[in-house]
Design a protein. Structure first.
Length: 170
């Protein structure tokens, strides 16, 4: 993780010094750093910080209390640990899953990114598992380049309901 992030920071710094940095590279690095921070907070069980980084539409649909309690129970039930968090390729305007697309109001000045992320997960739920996970995380950059620029996590709250239904609890 540190090697890949350091390389990304070095490339970004070199481009800035050379005067060749484009807003795309700057946005990509900003989004990558944001995702690393989110997953570090998640791994550290700083669920309030993760909730606070979610898009306002998502925060309105799931309260901080609900989210934090859900994640605490999830981590405790599975004895879950995340490590070796690495970000990868960033794509611009990826096709969003319908559940996320429906939650995000079509804002006029928004850029959406897909960020490839991988991490190692260790869990125990009757059986011990230790495996690598790779997936795409979605991020919204609202009002890019302006003084009001904000970066938000796009997360599907229906995954909470699926987990509850899958457990047989409601």
């Amino acid at each position: 993780m540190i090697r890949r992030l350091s390389l990304a920071l070095l490339i970004g710094l070199t481009a800035v010094i050379g005067g060749a940095a484009s807003s795309d590279n700057s946005s990509f690095l900003q989004v990558q750093n944001f995702v690393v921070q989110i997953y570090n907070d998640y791994a550290a069980q700083s669920f309030s910080a993760v909730h606070g980084a979610m898009h306002p539409q998502i925060r309105e649909s799931v309260s901080e209390t609900e989210y934090v309690e859900f994640q605490r129970q999830h981590f405790a039930k599975l004895n879950l640990e995340l490590s070796d968090i690495e970000v990868g390729e960033v794509t611009v305007q990826p096709r969003l899953p319908r559940t996320i697309r429906d939650l995000v109001v079509q804002e006029e000045n928004i850029e959406v990114f897909g960020v490839e992320i991988s991490y190692r997960v260790r869990l125990e739920s009757g059986v011990k598992l230790n495996q690598n996970i790779s997936k795409t995380v979605y991020v919204a950059l609202v009002e890019p380049g302006s003084a009001q620029e904000s970066v938000y996590l796009l997360w599907d709250p229906s995954s909470m309901q699926e987990e509850e239904i899958g457990d047989g609890s409601h």
